[in-house]
Ligand binder design. Structure first.
Ligand SMILES: [Zn+2]
Length: 233
């Protein structure tokens, strides 16, 4: 199971630019954060770029195909002439029900962050092929995520916020993980699974928990209190 993360634009190509933010920088940061999360979840991850370099689309497609990835996620953020436009979109390959499903899983998660769920869609060129180069030329199932609008003041503020970019990366990663668990029949072992099992064996925690979700102070205090009780006995 190998996933390619493609940070859109870079180098001489900034992508959308507004309110002192270049799309290429937000894309790269979110892509690197996704890489971290997926690697911690035992995925093999390949990045088309890890720094601010110019990378033409045909080169991207070539290197993605050479890597034999199962899924390719291209990370973008949107730009529009009208400043009012805001929210998230995902583009999937025409005729790909799996691509649509992956896009919907991710868009749902982005929506939970308060981003407007605009649409999951595909677009064709005049020859009836997929309009977007990466989607048309990459062999792996590839989707393009337009996280938020660089050109919208409110979305832009969110994109400038490191903590929010982490949340976006997590939302996208969780969508990918859910999808791969369904279709690649390879439930990924979480890096902390063994530790969690130890806590369960010692009756310090009960039931199933999402290992990537936050715990509250109340839950934390309860686990520590159980541990202290154990020490006493
Ligand atoms: Zn873009």
């Amino acid at each position: 199971m190998k996933i390619c993360i493609d940070a859109g634009h870079g180098g001489k190509d900034p992508g959308a630019v507004a309110f002192d933010l270049k799309e290429k920088d937000a894309n790269l940061d979110i892509a690197l954060k996704i890489q971290d999360i997926l690697k911690r979840s035992q995925f093999e991850v390949y990045m088309t770029r890890k720094e601010d370099i110019t990378l033409p689309l045909y080169e991207r497609a070539d290197i993605i195909n050479a890597q034999n990835c199962d899924i390719c996620i291209s990370i973008h953020n949107n730009g529009a002439v009208k400043e009012e436009a805001f929210g998230s979109e995902v583009i999937y390959p025409a005729g790909s029900s799996k691509g649509k499903e992956l896009g919907e899983l991710i868009l749902d998660n982005l929506g939970k962050l308060g981003l407007k769920k605009r649409r999951v869609f595909n677009r064709l060129n005049s020859k009836g092929k997929d309009y977007y180069y990466i989607i048309r030329n990459v062999n792996a199932l590839s989707i393009i995520i337009e996280g938020a609008f660089v050109t919208n003041k409110k979305d832009n503020e969110l994109l400038k916020n490191d903590e929010f970019r982490t949340k976006m990366a997590n939302a996208i990663s969780q969508g990918i993980i859910k999808f791969t668990q369904k279709y690649f029949n390879k439930p990924q072992k979480h890096w902390a699974e063994d530790n969690f099992q130890r806590l369960k064996d010692e009756n310090l925690v009960y039931g199933e928990h999402d290992l990537n979700s936050n715990i509250t102070w109340g839950e934390f205090a309860t686990v520590i209190a159980r541990l202290l009780d154990k020490e006493k006995n």
